[in-house]
Write a protein that binds this ligand. Structure first.
Ligand code: COA
Ligand code: AMP
Length: 635
């Protein structure tokens, strides 16, 4: 079919408010918004400023009221526990209503924050939806983060309640969540009154009397008593959730998502971008701890009336690299979303994609990739293996939904390998040089989006309007700075090449090298340090730390390296994948004292590099190269 992209993008450009007002018709409002946009409100304007709605109502109640209660909302497929469970919209609504009543009993009011620290189990999604139901603001924390990271989030959002589970299952080990939660509550200055803890069969958590409440018993008691909470009407602009993401310091940024604009954008993207219709099975193989999980495991599919897969497993090893294909075939998935690193992991173990032949993938239409740059080699491999379009698309925690991509729902455009295709309606993507001037097509520069951002994007950072302005809006007035570097080609295709800040992308996970440097520097023997991301065939990038040791320290450097590695694991978490630390005599710097991280990275990645004109002492780069080579890096 000929793509309708140009026509639809043009319609948005001609009349953005009319475009989004029409898209808002697909959402149920308690009070329909009279206006699509109010430019004077908020920091750069507010979408649907006078609408009143509820995200849980739109995800669940309205489908059940329309007679679709029997349809499956979630298929929980957990190879790590050998279980598969199907949960209908009706059953999900019953659980959500009861849990919402439990929240109310525990004193949770509209606007209160609830931290959710849970593995990929249905109870996590129930916890999110129940928060939305009572107008509370949820903040999900990924299970791979350590106690300290959890504590920072508890303090920042001043959570009233925490919902957690006894454990998560990683291949080969059980991750006990409760001791991490207890440690976080010791570190945090703010102490939530209660923790609701879901006890999994694999590991029972110790409960602290009064503070800790058993999730299953509380839910069962509420159901038994017939306690149910209705949907609290919230303003379209009220926050639905806060999701913390890596910033340039150890303090993560609390990305705020509103209710109305978020629903409008997600509902639009499910049909027009991903091309899935209500009733079909959609699978985003991510984790609810990431934005992909929020938008495309929970909210997007449910708003669109899809069946969504909750997958507790890995692309490889649970039990084999055919798991993705088994799930697509067994559950009738029509469209899937994953990160390129997952495909690289599968390819490494099954280079010829031999396991694909074991499954019937006839109904499978497309595989979407995001979270990191999709290398053309991996895309071509997946195209050959699966025989369906492999669609790269680009977005960020901040935007909440794709900025650029090839819109399957509107009809695919020609593919250009290495590009996530074209900007979607809502996004006027431009490339500016460092002085803020537009550059020519094909020239690398700062990727920015002309304000206002479309519905669904962050209106601000949690309790940090000033930080929002400083981090995203001040450098290029009138634009949102994505902190990605890239270019537009003559056909308007976007190419995303690198970050312009200290964020690295490790197995599709966004991490701050600045935050890791803060931890390395806290080791008593470390005088100064630098952490960079170096290229990795599987994970895209992995962090590597360079440590300068205090001159009065005479211990074995290998011992200090080991201690720093475990310090990062303990403070940030295993997800940082920080396994490489090396002691060096000195760090290369400019004459004004700036560490030349980019040059170290180029040496490590065996990329061509030039001696920086401002370098203080060029001999230090030879020392660094020798240390890297001794570790087998950059040879
Ligand atoms: N809870 C606790 N620990 C977790 C965790 C979680 N939810 N998720 C990851 N970890 C741990 C892992 O167990 C591992 O610990 P280890 O150092 O003890 O081995 C560490 O964090 C690093 O994990 P990861 O980066 O996932 O590496 P891996 O080697 O275990 O797996 C891949 C590699 C490629 C298979 C895996 O990264 C993957 O599936 N990636 C897909 C990424 C993705 O879906 N991203 C979402 C954005 S779209
Ligand atoms: P996150 O906020 O975790 O979703 O990470 C967002 C960042 O991941 C972006 O700013 C990019 O640097 C990177 N990213 C995400 N998707 C892509 C993509 N398709 N191509 C290139 N980089 C991507």
């Amino acid at each position: 079919m000929a793509s309708r992209y140009s026509e639809v993008y043009g319609a948005w450009k001609t009349d953005p408010e009319g475009f989004w007002s029409e898209a808002a018709e697909a959402i149920d409002w308690f009070e329909r918004p009279e206006r699509a946009f109010e430019a004077e409100a908020g920091i750069y304007g507010h979408w649907f400023p006078d609408g009143v709605t509820n995200s849980c109502y739109n995800c669940l109640d309205r489908h059940v009221e329309a007679g679709r209660g029997e349809q499956i909302a979630f298929i929980y497929d957990s190879p790590v526990t050998s279980s598969i469970e199907r949960i209908s919209y009706g059953a999900l609504l019953d659980d959500v209503k009861a849990l919402a009543a439990v929240y109310r009993k525990l004193g949770v009011d509209k606007g209160d924050r609830i931290i959710i620290y849970m593995p990929m189990i249905p109870q996590a999604a129930v916890a999110m939806l129940a928060a939305a139901r009572v107008g509370a603001v949820h903040s999900v924390v990924f299970g791979g983060f350590a106690a300290n990271e959890l504590a920072v989030r508890i303090d920042d959002c001043q959570a009233k309640l925490i919902v957690s589970a006894s454990c998560g299952i990683e291949p080969g080990r059980t991750v006990a969540y409760k001791p991490l939660l207890d440690a976080a509550l010791t570190i945090a200055e703010h102490k939530p009154a209660h923790c609701l803890v879901y006890q999994r069969d694999m590991l029972e958590a110790d409960m602290t009397p009064v503070r800790d409440i058993d999730y299953a018993s509380a839910l069962a008691a509420a159901k038994e008593a017939g306690d149910e909470a209705g949907c609290t009407p919230v303003a379209s602009t009220d926050p639905l959730y806060v999701l913390y993401t890596s910033g340039t310091t150890g303090q993560p940024k609390g990305v705020v998502r509103d209710n109305g604009g978020h629903m409008v954008a997600l509902k639009w993207s499910m049909q027009n971008f991903f091309g899935v219709q209500p009733g079909e099975v959609f699978w985003a193989a991510s984790d609810i701890g990431w934005v992909v999980g929020h938008s495309f495991i929970v909210y997007g599919p449910l708003l669109n009336g899809n069946t969504s897969i909750l997958f507790e497993g890995k692309p490889v090893g649970t039990p084999d690299p055919g798991t993705y294909w088994r799930i697509i075939a067994e559950h009738g998935v029509v469209v899937m979303f994953t990160a390129p690193t997952a495909l690289r992991a599968i390819r490494k173990e099954d280079p010829d994609a031999a396991l694909v032949a074991n499954y019937d993938l006839q109904q499978f239409r497309a595989l979407f990739l995001a979270g990191e740059r999709a290398d053309p080699d991996t895309i071509r491999w997946a195209e050959r293996a699966l025989g369906v379009p492999i669609i790269d698309h680009w977005w960020q925690t901040e935007t909440g939904w794709p900025v650029a991509g090839n819109p399957l729902g509107l009809g695919l455009l020609p593919v250009k390998y290495g590009s996530p295709a074209v900007p979607l309606p809502g996004y006027d993507v431009q490339i500016l040089d460092d002085a803020g001037h537009p550059v020519e097509a094909g020239t690398l520069g700062n990727v920015v989006v002309k304000l206002p951002l479309p519905p669904g994007c962050l209106p601000t950072l949690w309790n940090a309007d000033h930080r929002f302005r400083a981090a995203y809006l001040e450098e290029f007035p009138g634009y949102y700075k994505t902190a990605d570097a890239g270019y537009l080609d003559d056909d308007g295709y976007v190419f995303i090449m690198a970050r312009t800040d200290d964020i690295i992308n490790v197995a599709g996970h966004r991490l701050s090298t600045g935050a890791m440097e803060e931890v390395c520097a806290s080791h008593p023997d470390v005088a100064e340090c630098a952490v960079i991301g170096i290229a990795d065939d599987l994970k895209g990038q992995i962090p590597a730390g360079f440590l300068v040791i205090n001159s009065n320290v005479s211990r074995e450097t290998s011992e200090i390296e080991r201690e720093v590695i475990s310090l990062v694991r303990d403070r940030i978490g295993p997800v940082a994948a920080f396994r490489t630390a090396m002691c060096v005599k000195r760090l290369p710097k400019t004459r004004s004292g700036k560490i030349l991280r980019a040059t170290i990275q180029k040496i490590a990645d065996r990329q061509p590099w030039k001696m920086p004109a401002t370098i203080d002492d060029p001999a230090i780069l030879d020392e660094i190269a020798a240390v890297l080579h001794a570790k087998g890096i950059g040879i």
